[in-house]
Design a protein around this ligand. Structure first.
Ligand code: TYC
Length: 118
């Protein structure tokens, strides 16, 4: 029987020419890639003029709080100067701030609502 030496791998043209082409491998991801979104706190600020009932209404209407937690958050802001209404992605937080500021302005209350990165 005639034995013929078999090369393990044929060199391609570019390798024979001495460059690095065609020597990389593509690996595929097995685990699904998940990215955590940046989160933002939406805060209400205290002032001396906005009625307590109006702030409670804001928390119910724009932040889906029941009467009890809306009252608790409003009193926290009243007593401490600032309080959290919720934590949202950037676009949702921005929308909430605009909704609150527009609604307060329509009713001529000086209520301030801001967002801050967590
Ligand atoms: N300090 C206000 C008052 O005594 C009530 C108030 C609470 C205002 C929370 C703003 O974000 C606020 N009428």
């Amino acid at each position: 029987m005639t034995m013929i030496a078999k090369p393990i791998r044929m060199q391609n043209d570019s390798e024979r020419n001495g460059d690095n082409a065609n020597r990389t491998s593509v690996i595929t991801r097995t685990k699904p890639k998940t990215k955590k979104p940046n989160l933002y706190r939406v805060l209400l600020l205290n002032d001396d003029y906005t009625p307590m009932e109006f702030v409670i209404h804001i928390l119910e209407r724009f932040f889906q709080k029941d009467r009890e937690s809306a009252t608790r958050i409003m009193l926290h802001v009243h007593n401490h100067g600032v309080g959290e209404c919720g934590i949202f992605t950037y676009e949702v937080a921005e929308t909430k701030v605009s909704q609150v500021m527009d609604f307060a302005r329509q009713h001529q209350h000086p209520l301030q609502c801001v967002m801050e990165k967590k």
